[in-house]
Design a protein around this ligand. Structure first.
Ligand code: SAM
Length: 259
């Protein structure tokens, strides 16, 4: 696994910069600024995503899920998966997986006192390696329902990388009763497509897919209400004014149940 390189932008650090975090460098800040020029609400979009993660992890834990596999987990921020899950169920176990070594560097400090949570540095495009990783197996019992999370990360896989096949391999490894949480950039406006073009150029990744394409990742699962929707519409805590803004429509997601 490569070391932290301050001269090459990283998805985890760009996202951290967009969220207003401190763990990013000039190359990352430049992409965050460029994204904000195209979609001025981009900071809100990242916060919608974190808020959806919080609501969905709370829902999964409330439904009895006690183990979470959070793939492409990102740098620790507010409302991390283990904090939300363990607030509902203190015995909930969480494995964070991220390709970027900076996540391990920061996660270790946060998790030093938490024996039910761990960070693994791995590439989610290699599902067999992730699923058989000893640190994953140490906390996740694949005979019990799992909360599989791909939040804000599948859009960093190109069409030529078989994202559907990768998701399916993870889902096939899970028992009935497992949940699947997905959020994804959505091709919902000309500004969204402009941001896709800019990210593909500057970061080399960032694929905006249609609502139909995002819904297809849930094939074979029972989609939980309200289905695949723009993030602020997913079980909102208060009224959401219509029509939604470009930023509110920039990402969509949903929660599926495996039978
Ligand atoms: N899941 C968090 C959230 O939604 O708030 C973080 C999302 S962040 C935009 C995407 C994360 O996925 C980054 O931390 C990045 O390093 C990670 N990532 C990208 N490609 C990956 C891969 N192939 N395997 C594992 N992690 C990956």
């Amino acid at each position: 696994m490569s070391e932290i390189d301050e001269t090459v932008p990283s998805i985890a650090r760009v996202y951290d910069a967009i969220l207003g975090g401190q763990d990013n460098f000039a190359v990352d800040q430049a992409i965050a600024r460029q994204s904000q020029e195209i979609v001025p609400e981009i900071g809100d979009v990242a916060r919608f995503n974190r808020a959806m993660l919080g609501r969905a992890v709370h829902a999964m834990a409330s439904a009895g899920i006690r183990q979470f596999l959070d793939l492409g987990s990102g740098l620790p921020t507010v409302q991390n998966t283990h904090q939300v899950a363990q607030a509902v169920a203190p015995d909930a176990r969480v494995v964070y997986v991220d390709i970027d070594p900076i996540v391990m560097a920061h996660g270790r400090t946060l998790l030093a006192e938490n024996r039910n949570t761990t960070v693994v540095t791995a590439d989610l495009r290699e599902p067999e390696a992730v699923l058989s990783h000893p640190d994953v197996r140490a906390l996740i019992d694949f005979d019990q329902p799992v909360g599989l999370m791909l939040v804000g990360v599948i859009h960093h896989l190109g069409d030529d990388e078989d994202p559907e096949g990768i998701v399916k391999t993870y889902l096939d490894a899970l028992p009935a009763g497992s949940r699947f949480l997905l959020t994804h950039f959505c091709a919902s406006s000309p500004d969204a497509l402009a941001l896709e073009g800019a990210l593909l150029t500057s970061l080399g990744t960032g694929r905006f897919r249609t609502l139909e394409e995002i819904t297809a990742y849930f094939d074979g699962l029972e989609l939980q209400a309200p289905g695949v929707v723009y993030l602020p519409q997913w079980r909102p805590e208060g009224p959401v004014a219509e029509p939604l803004t470009v930023g509110q429509r920039l990402m969509a997601g949903g929660l599926g149940l495996k039978h």
